[in-house]
Design a protein around this ligand. Sequence first.
Ligand code: DON
Length: 555
Amino acid sequence: MGLRSVGAWIVLICLAAPSGASGPPLCAVASAHPLATRAGIEALAQGGNAFDAAVAVSAALAVVQPWGSGLGGGGFWLLRRSDGREMMVDGRERAPRAATRDMYLDRFGNVVPSRSIDGPLAAAIPGAPAVLAHLSEHYGRLGLRVTLRPAIRYAEQGFLVGGAYARAVRMREAALRRWPAGTAIFFDHGRLPAPGFRLVQPDLAVTLRSLARHGRDGFYGGAVADRLVREVRHGGGRWSLRDLDEYRPVERKPIVSRHRNLAVTTAAPPGGGAVLIEALNVLSAYDLSRHEPVTRTHLVVEAMRRAYHDRDRFLGDPDFVAIPLNRLLSLDYAAGLRTTVRLDRALPSVHFAANAYPEPEGANTTHFSVIDREGNSVAATLSINYPFGSGFVAAGTGVVLNDEMDDFAARPGTPNVYGLVGGEPNAIAPGKRMLSSMTPTFLDDGERFAIVGTPGGSRITSMVLLATLDFAAGAGGHSMVSRRRYHHQYLPDRIEFEPGALSTAEVASLRARGHEIKALERPYGDMHAVIWDRRSNRVTAASDPRGEGSAANWP
Ligand code: DON
């Protein structure tokens, strides 16, 4: 069964800049959960900026969407300051020091998939709490004691869960039931919870309070760190206090590129933006609007195929591997790739490399975007990877640990849970960050500015690509988040499409060009977008109709 993509996304835009300034006239927040959206609004209403709101939303999502992201996970926070400076705060998890290249292999050298997915051995050192402290200290105004307040309240008082929560618990029931701490929190007196169940998380509230009071040391040191390490090691994981103590977020220059008249700012490695830009560059020589829709789809798929192929070959943690980024992102390189693109034929991926692949599955993650009335903006995609991460809660902390170790190539050349075949650059090494598909992105054509992103595993980057092409063609936020989607990731060599994305005639035409096609039974993604239209001075926020998110303006 394909896992449904679940995620959270917040868009916050504060327009109505102080007189004379050129910011937007309102604030808007769109996220995957109404309570997270409300937390962001609360921060703004207290005089916070977009970065404070981002902290409030991230923390609230950890409580109200515990299967998608959280203190036990990581992510990328893409920032734009009112002065136009842009940066990416890399809060991706790192492999613990005791990680080894072959830690998920059996004695015959074969990958044992469950080991990198279920339980504390699958968990890498979390980055999210360090980023919340970092954003608060260097960018925000309110401080963690104020911005974490809504999250603490939701954890202490509880909230009524919706259908997505109930589905996620059902999906990960076996993993969650293996450890008593998680079973006690997420089940309804031991039974599968139904929508309407009140989820109360007192231990998580204590951990959040510790973070609020002591900053990063409240998570990476002291009693919380002691507990995390003790529990992880007791459960068979390999963390040490030193791993936690050493974790630091990294500020990286985002990838900035142009696609025709559009400025695109997106996640640098280990995030997924390079794949987005490479695909856009391949497409840059075509006037897609002049082609019939099916040829357009064919061309976009061929661009995806080539960009995802390079992902597998070249991308990994830039602090560990030399990535030929300038070459991969150059228009000349794209022109070279384009020479093998034909309008009438697919180029089978087997001509790039051969392999066999299991069913790729989507899972869980979350995205949010914020802009304030000064023009400060945040697009953040956060993850604990699989729904409920590793399924492991360190007893006494309420923190669900990620299973982001599965985003490494457990054995280079062997696909992970999303069917992605990582190469040597993404092999496991102590202290290394695993490659990600997460692609929080800003789009700016001078007149309109968009903040966009989505969860969806390996399909994240192709979703952002389709949204970017839509935006470049003049589409607004609502159509970007709701459009029907298709995907190709080089391997497995096939186009996957959501119900309704391709007509029967289009499927036939693509097959005639040599494409293998797979119709998906269910939709995927949970995209949220905020658009500031400077011409009309309007801000719109849109939440993906596939999810349970909400968008709001303030004041
Ligand atoms: O970082 C990544 O690429 C994955 N851990 C993201 C997982 C994800 O989006 C699952 N979502 N539906």
